[in-house]
Structure formats: C-alpha cells, structure tokens
Design a protein around this ligand. Structure first.
Ligand code: HEC
Length: 406
C-alpha cells in the first residue's frame, strides 16, 4: 500500500497538481476548449460564451465554483471505474480543476493574447445511410404529457449489413425525450396493437414491437454519436423492419408539434464480431416519498459462456442521483459503470477503451440511487410523493443498456 502511494506520488506528481500561476492563454484555454466550449459558445446550450478571453474572464469565479461543485461539466461516468472514449473531455482531472481554481483566485490573468477558441460538433466520421420518419408526426401527448410513437423506417439495405455507428437526427429537441432504434426480424412489427393499418405508425407505450425484435441504439438528451471501433457492429438484414420509437414529452402548448426525427448510420458489409444490445437493471420498484432509495438487481451468468461487454448507456429519469454496475467475481470485482452524480439532460453511451468480460458463474450487480426528498433540486412533487417504476418522465427507470457479444 505504501509502495503504491509512493509510486502514485512520483509518477502522478505533475498530473495531480494544477498550474500554480495559470494564464488563460497558456493553461486555462486548453481545458475550456476541450471540455466547455462545445456547449458554451454563442448560440450553444450553455448560456455563456467561453470562446474568448473577454467573455470567459468575467465568468472565472463562476466557472471555478461550478467545477468545484461537480455541476460542470455535466456529470458523466467515472473513468476510474472504466476508461471510455471521450472521458478526457467529459471529466476534468484533479489537476485541471485546480488550475481553473487558481486562475479564478488570481483574478483571471490573460497572458499573451490568443485567437478565439473553436470547436467541432461531434459527428460520425462517415455517414452511409440516413433514415427518418417517413412522414412528420404531429405530437399528441396523453394527459401526463407523454407520447410513445413507433413507426417503421425504410430499410435501405439490399444485403446483410452491420451498423458500426449511430447519430440521432433530433428534429424537435424541445419535445423529444428519448429515441430507440430496433429491428423486427419477422415483418410483423406493431401487430400486437391489433390495428390493421400501421402505415401512420402506432402508439407503443411499454412495448415497441413483437417478441422477435432486438435493440440497435437508444438516445436521450445530451448524447453524442456512438461509433464502434473497427470490427464491431450490429447486424441488420434486408428483410428486417427497422423500427423507431420516439418518446415525446410535451405540454398543451407544444401539442401538435410536427417531428420528423431519424438516424444517420455508419455501416460495414462485414465485421469480425457481431454486437448485440440489451437492457439490464432492477424494475418494478417504488420509491417512497422523502427517502433516498437504491434498488438493486443481481444477475448470475449461468449460461456456460463468456459475455464480452463493449459499452453501456445508463438511463434513469429526473430523481436519479447515482448509478453502479459491477461484475462480482472471486478474482476481484470489475466495474462496468459508476457515477455519483446524474444530469438527465446529459446522457451518454460510454464505449469502453478495453472491453470487460462477464464469465460463467459471475454475478452482474446493477443499482440506481434516487433522491426522492424535497432537498433534490430536480424534485417535481411538493411535497414529495411515492414514485413508481415506469417509462413516463415522472416515473423512474434503472436501465443499463449494454453492448455485448458472446
Ligand atoms: C454538455 C454541455 C455542457 C458542457 C460540456 C459544459 N456546460 Fe456549463 N452549462 C451548460 C448548460 C446547459 C448550462 C445552463 C444550466 C442552467 O442554466 O440550468 C451551463 C451553465 C454553466 C455555468 C453557469 C453560468 C451559465 O452560463 O449559465 C457555468 C459557470 C458553467 N456552465 C461552466 C462550465 C465549465 C467551466 C465547463 C467546462 C469545464 C462547462 N460549463 C461545460 C452546459 C454545459
């Protein structure tokens, strides 16, 4: 242990400490450029523009305090659990946080002037197919504001194809709460509704398509494109129905909004490993009013096969505050997902740098923590009320959508 501590100090000595006398140009702008301006530019979702010293410097104290309070950048999965693509941008190191704090304490010095910061919106490196709702859908929320709408998209593939990257085209961000892309392999998507004409789509709360379906991708607000590494992809056959489920959440004023969302896909004719997606996590729970509760689910691999896990999309709703997914093994636990803070408006699919393996005999333990007290700033009931499990925005879910192969 002492050896490890010493090693930690000597190797990470520079990394663990921020710059003592930082300037905007030399030290702060690189951090802000990497982790903030993607949202904080003129017209971006972050209300203030940090691309230039002149607009960033007056915000220095607020920047440092939001960072110190773990509010900004918005919470993401903890990379000490497992490293994933983009974590260098999404999570600041202790040294970077200290540099920002020192800069604010010193009165935000500029240094030698530099050009304004630029950024590139994350995008797939290549788009091979674009699939959108065949007609714009007029959003028709139920009494609780939710609508679940499914529609079959044109399948553009004439041979077996593997999807290697996903980028959602959100048409009306103000009303789109989530999107799920799935395939139905037998051509009877939506038959369960009993409707004879499904050409205008169908209402699909709780159930997307028939039993012979599988998920390709899920999207929630804040998510960037999902791009798999070379050799990995999800299979789509020419005869598959490609189904898009849209979850809309709208008040009366937004009812009738026309939405024509869809997906951009990167594809390949062949892959070395076929990847699947499946949800794991506790369900059916209830969250008592005024309590912090952590529903948990334990899932034993008793299939005699090793499951390789490539990434995860953790999904919860507004009252969530933390999540964890761990493979318990006598050889030592393996972390798949962990965060001690949650922001519904900033969700992500985390694709691991190194896949994990869930071996026969090992238990996958998933849990989510919900703060159903009046102290939760996202609390929407006054006073707090019991909240049930469900898909609605004012219900709660605990989904870990894993990408895996056998
Ligand atoms: C994924 C998008 C995103 C990223 C990345 C991001 N922010 Fe923000 N930030 C926001 C949004 C959205 C708000 C407005 C929140 C609100 O008003 O509720 C905000 C608000 C703020 C505020 C409060 C002042 C204001 O503009 O409303 C500060 C300060 C801030 N962010 C600092 C940072 C810093 C520093 C970073 C980088 C280390 C960062 N943010 C990264 C989205 C982001």
């Amino acid at each position: 242990m002492i050896f490890l501590l010493l090693l930690g100090c000597s190797v990470d000595g520079d990394k663990a400490h921020g710059v003592a006398d930082p300037t905007w140009s030399a030290d702060v702008a690189p951090i802000v450029g990497k982790s903030c301006v993607g949202c904080h530019h003129a017209g971006g979702v972050g209300s203030t523009d940090f691309t230039a010293y002149a607009t960033a410097a007056p915000m220095a104290a607020a920047m440092a305090s939001y960072v110190a309070a773990d509010i900004m950048p918005p919470p993401a999965m903890d990379p000490t659990c497992r490293e994933y693509a983009g974590h260098e941008r999404m999570v600041l190191t202790a040294a970077e946080r200290e540099t920002l704090a020192n800069w604010a304490d010193d009165g935000a010095p500029e240094g030698d002037p530099i050009a304004e910061l630029t950024w590139a919106a994350p995008a797939l490196d290549r788009v091979d197919a674009e699939l959108v709702l065949p007609t714009a859908h007029a959003v028709t929320p139920g009494a609780d504001g939710n609508e679940y709408y499914c529609q079959v998209l044109d399948n553009p593939f004439t041979q077996t194809t593997y999807v290697t990257g996903f980028d959602v085209l959100v048409d009306q961000p103000g009303v789109v709460h989530h999107a799920v892309l799935a395939i139905d392999t037998s051509g009877d998507a939506g038959a369960w509704t009993g409707e004879s004409d499904l050409s205008d789509g169908w209402n699909c709360k709780g159930r997307i398509t028939e039993d012979d379906w599988s998920m390709l991708h899920a999207w929630a607000p804040g998510m960037e494109p999902t791009a798999f590494s070379e050799g990995l992809g999800l299979r789509v056959e020419p005869g598959d129905q490609i189904v898009l489920q849209m979850h809309y959440f709208a008040d009366d004023a937004d009812a009738g909004t026309l939405d024509q969302s869809g997906y951009r896909l990167r594809t390949a004719d062949s892959v070395t490993t076929e990847v699947y997606m499946a949800p794991v996590g506790p369900s059916g729970f209830s969250l008592p009013a005024g309590d912090v509760t952590t529903p948990e689910d334990r899932y034993l691999n008793e299939y005699g096969i090793d499951v390789t896990v490539y990434g995860v999309f953790p999904h919860m709703h507004l009252l969530a505050s933390a999540y964890s997914a761990v493979i318990e093994s006598p050889a030592g636990d393996e972390c798949l997902a962990k965060a001690d803070a949650w922001d519904f408006g900033h969700q992500a699919t985390y694709l691991y740098d190194q896949p994990a393996v869930w071996s026969d005999g090992e238990t996958l333990v998933t849990s989510c923590t919900y703060d159903n007290t009046s102290g939760n700033p996202n609390q929407y009931n006054d006073p707090p009320q019991a909240v049930t499990y469900g898909e609605g925005t004012t219900q709660e879910m605990c989904f870990f959508l894993f990408y895996f192969s056998y």
